[in-house]
Design a binder for this molecule. Structure first.
Ligand code: NAX
Ligand code: K
Length: 504
């Protein structure tokens, strides 16, 4: 699913109006109808509904929703906030339609500094500002938004299209934005919904289709996309009946150190579960027996130190892919060994955890990472690698810039893990849940990505598919065991069920 900017959404509306064709008023009626149906599904007609409307088309939606709710016998009231001199044509048309049918449902709040006190059981609908926001909200309207923020604690708030005051494509940090429990957004995700800094602002996001013209959606390029199951199914390659273990690649996993052999085990087990043909683990000598017992299908070679500081003494050229990082530590010798590794091995590899920390602290080392490699930092590792950023929009720019410039596939872990590619595209993953915020979860991802590269998936496809499958396995684990009780081992256990889903 593509993510469009506010400007592109306006173009999509205009294209739909011209080519469907449909009048803009009818398109607004559709949008309001979709919101009304959603509200009626979850709230009983006895619920008093107060709808705060702005002067633009977002307010127009609010006025139309008021009328449509009244048609269904809801006790709905529209309160119009006069923040602009002039209302849009569709706002005016919906105002007149409401006045004509339900004159007592319309209330004007001109130049108000606060909204009147509300009964306790009121459902609040925020239809003040949508994609037409052109600057941060100030003055008395900012005061109203702050008042609505306070009401979040006592009342359910639903924002129409996006929480009022939120910029659709850029950061809204330190600006007044309504805090919603639900956001009913038209047709597609807005980029800002995917920023971690907005997590507490949108509440649950529900995308309501309003029939924007498919030609515009198909033809219009955008770097931002949501990675969906249909995309992953198109990437997935079923196994050939003539396959043998050599078909699916021999991977080398460089992982573990004294006290951190669990990371190596988790990566190795997930690599095997994700379909690698053959797996060799390179571990320090203290880990030899541990790996041989815990992961019988894997072969094992050892470093004669307790970390990896004597180097990776093996002919690395024979491996289809190398995954490096989980639990390796950051000893100076390990950094030295990594540098030698990049000289000897020029195929895409997977770098995670301590491998990323070594990249962050060794000047120039990141420029030696083979093109097409997969880097999987969490926000702290990302900051160590690429520096602090002022907000999530800037962070996304830094992410994409580095992916393009260094020809790497770099992700940034989060609720919607962002994945940036050398071609300039950025995808957001939607699978996964907070139960995956548990030790070892990242090691499991490293194993999956390594396995997918070994099987011949391109770097981009391996990242899209691996992150999606990792999240899906986590979702299955949480469904059965709860987010609290699930562990990284459970993510591995549910990989099988996740692959079966791709077969359908
Ligand atoms: N045909 C369409 O274009 C459709 C539009 N829809 C709705 O229309 C919305 C976009 O409508 P508009 O483009 O009219 O924009 P908005 O309704 O979001 O806001 C525009 C109004 O707000 C004012 N404004 C902007 N920034 C402000 C600020 N910081 N402080 C105070 N006032 C400010 C503008 O001067 C203008 O009066 C969407 O979010 C969606 O809700 C839907 O009805 C679907 C169809
Ligand atoms: K809104």
């Amino acid at each position: 699913m593509k993510i469009f900017t506010a400007q592109q959404i306006r173009e999509a509306d205009a294209y739909t109006i011209q080519h469907l064709p449909i009048s803009s008023l009818d398109l607004m009626e559709r949008a309001a109808g979709a919101c009304t149906s959603w509200i009626c599904k979850y709230f009983a007609p006895e619920t008093p509904v107060y709808i705060y409307c702005g002067m633009g088309n977002n307010g127009g939606d609010g006025l139309a929703i008021t009328r449509l709710l009244r048609n269904r016998d809801y006790n709905a009231h529209a309160f119009v906030l006069h923040h602009s001199e002039k209302a849009t044509a569709d706002h005016v048309a919906n105002r007149e339609a409401l006045l004509q049918k339900y004159p007592h449902a319309l209330h004007d709040l001109p130049n108000t500094t606060s909204i009147p006190a509300l009964p306790a059981d009121v459902l609040i609908i925020d239809a003040i500002l949508g994609t037409g926001l052109s600057r941060p909200v100030e003055g008395w309207l900012a005061g109203i938004i702050q008042q609505l923020q306070t009401l979040h604690a006592t009342h359910t708030i639903i924002s129409i299209d996006l929480p009022s005051g939120m910029q659709a494509d850029s950061s809204s940090v330190n600006t007044p934005v309504v805090k919603a429990h639900h956001t009913l957004s038209f047709e597609c995700y807005k980029l800002a919904f995917l920023f971690p800094e907005n997590a507490g602002i949108t509440g649950e996001v529900h995308i309501l289709p309003i029939g924007l013209h498919p030609d515009y959606i198909q033809q219009t390029p955008t770097p931002f996309q949501i990675s969906e199951e249909s995309l992953i199914k198109s990437i997935y390659k079923p196994r050939s009946p003539f396959a043998h273990k050599g078909t699916y690649g021999h991977a080398l996993l460089i992982a573990g150190s004294e006290g951190k052999m669990g990371a190596a085990i988790l990566s190795a087990q997930s690599c095997l579960r994700a379909g690698v043909g053959l797996l060799t683990c390179h571990v320090p000598k203290c880990g030899y027996t541990i790996i041989q017992i815990a992961v019988p299908p894997a072969m094992c070679i050892v470093d004669d130190q307790y970390d990896h500081s004597s180097g990776f003494q093996t002919d690395v050229s024979k491996y289809k892919v190398i995954g490096i990082g989980p639990g390796i530590g950051t000893a100076a010798g390990t950094a030295w060994a990594m540098e030698r590794l990049f000289e000897q091995y020029r195929q895409p590899m997977v770098l995670d955890a301590d491998a990323l920390n070594i990249l962050a602290t060794t000047p120039g080392l990141i420029d030696k990472v083979p093109a097409g490699s997969l880097l999987t930092p969490h926000p702290k590792e990302f900051e160590r690698l690429f520096g602090k950023t002022a907000n999530n929009r800037e962070q996304l720019q830094v992410l994409s810039h580095n992916a393009i410039e260094k020809r790497l596939c770099i992700l940034l872990k989060g609720r919607y893990t962002a994945m940036a590619f050398p071609d300039g595209n950025i995808f957001f993953n939607t699978t996964g849940n907070p139960g995956m915020a548990t030790g070892g979860s990242g090691d499991v991802l490293t194993g999956i990505l390594t396995a997918l590269l070994a099987q011949g998936y391109s770097s981009k496809d391996a990242m899209l598919m691996g992150v999606y499958m990792h999240g899906m396995a986590g979702d299955y684990a949480a469904e059965t065991l709860s987010q609290e009780a699930m562990t990284a081992n459970d993510i591995i256990d549910y990989l099988g069920k996740s692959f079966l889903r791709l077969h359908r």
